[in-house]
Design a protein around this ligand. Structure first.
Ligand SMILES: [Zn+2]
Length: 205
């Protein structure tokens, strides 16, 4: 399983720490709930922000009770994705704000097939993601009415994400706290369990 951890410094500072990256050990095991986790090695990983590529290490933990191992992912990464979370979300915004895949891909200089895959994965999870954002919204900003939803979950989820980001900055919650939400809300965006297909190429919403 993946455990998301806050990283409130820059991506570069995480990368610079290299193998010596120090993270707080997560309290309880996501599989069995016991507080029996121990650090269990590191794994090399690559990430890209577009212009910049990163070579970094992610730490792993093992549970002494159920013997499961888990990866600790800093909040700026998504499971199974090489691109930084921020970049993927930007691409989704460009696609669903009416620009479409081709225009988003050329603006961000990312392969069209990659943006298309993100969009399809996002679309297949959009309802659940919207629900998680709505939950976060009501939990953190109970007084503020959420933005009116659009006819589709993709745009509704993205517009809610944007509003959350604005409110989070007003409340001086760090961008990292927001990115943690984002990762939690989009954790379904992984290649493993997707029923999508690339054939057809259009991403109607
Ligand atoms: Zn366990």
């Amino acid at each position: 399983m993946t455990i998301i951890t806050l990283w409130d410094k820059s991506v570069e500072s995480y990368v610079q720490a290299g193998r010596e990256i120090e993270l707080k050990r997560p309290k309880s095991c996501p599989a069995c709930g016991n507080e029996t986790l121990i650090f269990w090695g590191k794994r090399e990983r690559y990430a890209t922000g577009g212009k910049q590529n990163f070579h970094l290490y992610v730490r792993r933990v093992r549970c002494k009770n159920c013997l499961s191992t888990h990866t600790i992912l800093p909040a700026f990464l998504l499971r199974g994705k090489v691109y930084l979370a921020e970049r993927i979300v930007r691409a989704l915004e460009l696609v669903y704000d009416g620009g479409g895949v081709r225009s988003a891909a050329s603006k961000l200089k990312v392969a069209r097939s990659t943006v298309s895959r993100w969009a399809l994965q996002f679309k297949s999870q959009a309802e659940a993601i919207y629900g998680r954002f709505l939950y976060l919204y009501h939990t953190h900003f109970p007084g503020a009415p959420p933005p009116a939803p659009y006819a589709c979950y993709c745009r509704s989820a993205l517009s809610l994400a944007r509003r959350l980001f604005i409110l989070a900055s007003e409340k001086e919650l760090s961008a990292c706290e927001f990115s943690r939400w984002l990762v939690l809300a989009t954790r379904g965006l992984s290649p493993a369990n997707q029923p999508w297909s690339l054939r057809g190429g259009r991403i109607p919403c």
